[in-house]
Ligand binder design. Structure first.
Ligand SMILES: *[C@@H]1O[C@H](CO)[C@@H](O)[C@H](O)[C@H]1NC(C)=O
Ligand SMILES: *[C@@H]1O[C@H](CO)[C@@H](O)[C@H](O)[C@H]1NC(C)=O
Ligand SMILES: *[C@@H]1O[C@H](CO)[C@@H](O)[C@H](O)[C@H]1NC(C)=O
Ligand SMILES: *[C@@H]1O[C@H](CO)[C@@H](O)[C@H](O)[C@H]1NC(C)=O
Ligand SMILES: *[C@@H]1O[C@H](CO)[C@@H](O)[C@H](O)[C@H]1NC(C)=O
Length: 172
């Protein structure tokens, strides 16, 4: 008796879990972030730098950025949005803290945003949590992987793979 009750409870939980998963929509996004480091069209600006070093974010530095999101790695590739945010040099080990909104301006995600937050160690693939979103990405959760593919004195390009789950909002 006890075992059949616990089996019933177990299977009910399984059914609830699979219903829950069925309500979460998965979206995969792939694009390239382009950051121009200097010149009239620079997309990043250091606003605080305790060491007066304009070429590197040393401990305590803060920068703002408004980078391009493009379909591909080339400068001429279609612009699909912007990555607007803040980066702070919070680690004595050189690590950074980033707060980013991806603001999409093309296609079905036009007008929707995704919010990312997380730690960055330069030079390696960066994993950061997706902590929310607006529009088509309301209630979003997920993660992003960013791989540096261009790192020159004048520009940075990162390839992004973003995995997003949207929960459908139901009252009960
Ligand atoms: C800056 O952007 C403007 C407008 O897109 C463009 O005409 C100009 O050539 C760019 N300047 C540089 C140095 O890239
Ligand atoms: C940064 O530059 C300012 C203004 O030139 C100067 O007063 C300050 O001492 C410099 N700070 C450091 C850490 O070099
Ligand atoms: C600024 O930082 C870069 C990279 O860490 C370093 O190579 C350079 O020597 C620094 N410049 C000054 C003036 O401290
Ligand atoms: C972008 O387009 C311009 C003009 O058509 C061309 O000169 C340039 O080589 C292109 N750049 C890239 C990276 O494809
Ligand atoms: C994106 O949405 C804005 C605001 O609704 C609109 O003005 C713009 O034309 C749209 N862009 C595209 C490419 O659909």
């Amino acid at each position: 008796m006890a075992s059949s009750l616990s089996q019933t409870v177990f299977f009910s939980i399984l059914v609830l879990l699979s219903l829950h998963q069925a309500c979460a929509k998965k979206t995969y996004l792939h694009f390239y972030l382009h950051e121009i480091l200097s010149g009239p069209n620079a997309t990043v600006l250091t606003v605080v730098n305790p060491s007066n070093n304009t070429t590197s974010l040393t401990f305590g530095a803060i920068a703002v950025f408004d980078d391009m999101l493009r379909e591909g790695p080339d400068d001429n590739s279609t612009l699909i949005g912007r990555a607007q945010g803040l980066v702070g040099a919070v680690g004595r080990d050189g690590s950074l803290e980033t707060m980013i909104n991806f603001v999409f301006t093309e296609g079905k995600y036009n007008g929707s945003t995704l919010a990312l937050y997380g730690r960055v160690v330069l030079g390696v693939t960066i994993e950061r949590p997706v902590i929310g979103g607006t529009g088509m990405f309301r209630m979003a959760t997920g993660y992003s992987l960013a791989k540096p593919i261009v790192a020159s004195a004048t520009k940075l390009v990162y390839e992004f793979d973003v995995y997003v789950w949207n929960k459908e909002m139901k009252d009960n």
